[in-house]
Design a protein around this ligand. Structure first.
Ligand SMILES: [Zn+2]
Length: 253
């Protein structure tokens, strides 16, 4: 194995650990398999391949990590922040890397937007080459503030990996993400309450099919009478109404 290849293997392991994408034990085990192959003068499998075989990672994720690695070696170590106004929504474009070292510039931009009265903010993540949990936490605080002012912070153009980071932080039920800008901007037309269940998923409930015309909060006595196997849960009021259910007059969801 050439020196260059060796370096690559090593770096993938580091990246996986840094991103918390694979447990250290699994990476160690995969590295040991590679070493054994080298000692036995066989061609070692790639680290990624081993982890895919063991169902620790999927192929798409590996591809994205490798791509990020390529870009990371280039000039995109910095983070560029751009601002646009689209129909009264401030679109913040994150271009580059968002990690713990970028907290200050990000905070500044959001502070400025809040001070200028912008509560509707859409974050364009399509140019992000790297994002970690520290990077996300630099603006999580603004989500509450924006919502308190009747707006929101919505995200679009996130890579699979970025979504993964969100999921790990338990933010996916709390934060709205969209594929594209148009959908994200459009979503500001509805109050956030229409999309969110009260703190968690599966709080709006009705019976499957037409037996119950209404949807309820899960603690409503009418909801509790619905048999477990007949229950259907909605992500939000909006989803419940969209499936033709009316709000229960007793629990007023
Ligand atoms: Zn009810």
């Amino acid at each position: 194995m050439s020196k260059k290849l060796k370096d690559t293997y090593h770096k993938i392991g580091e990246l996986l650990m840094r991103h918390n994408l694979a447990p250290a034990a699994a990476i160690d085990e995969a590295l040991a398999i590679q070493r054994t192959a080298i000692e036995q003068k066989r061609t070692p499998q790639r680290l990624g391949e081993i982890l895919i075989e063991r169902k620790i990672l999927d192929r798409k994720l590996i591809k994205e990590i490798l791509e990020e690695q390529q870009v990371g070696r280039g000039t995109k170590r910095i983070l560029k922040l751009d601002l646009r106004d689209v129909d009264g929504v401030a679109v913040v474009v994150l271009d580059g890397r968002l990690d713990e070292t970028k907290e200050e510039p990000v905070t500044k931009v959001f502070e400025r937007l809040m001070n200028r009265g912008f509560a509707r903010i859409a974050v364009d993540c399509s140019k992000l080459v790297y994002l970690n949990s520290h990077g996300i936490s630099s603006f999580v605080a603004y989500i509450d503030e924006a919502r308190a002012r009747g707006g929101d912070l919505k995200f679009f153009g996130m890579s699979t990996e970025a979504r993964f980071v969100m999921e790990r932080l338990g933010l996916s039920n709390f934060v709205q993400t969209f594929d594209g800008e148009t959908e994200a901007i459009k979503a500001f037309g509805l109050p956030i309450d229409e999309y969110m269940s009260r703190g968690a998923l599966a709080e709006y409930v009705s019976s499957e099919g037409k037996r119950d015309r209404f949807y309820h909060l899960s603690y409503c006595t009418a909801a509790q009478k619905i048999h477990e196997e007949d229950r259907t849960y909605f992500e939000s009021k909006w989803h419940a109404r969209n499936s033709g259910k009316l709000p229960c007059k007793r629990c007023k969801p």
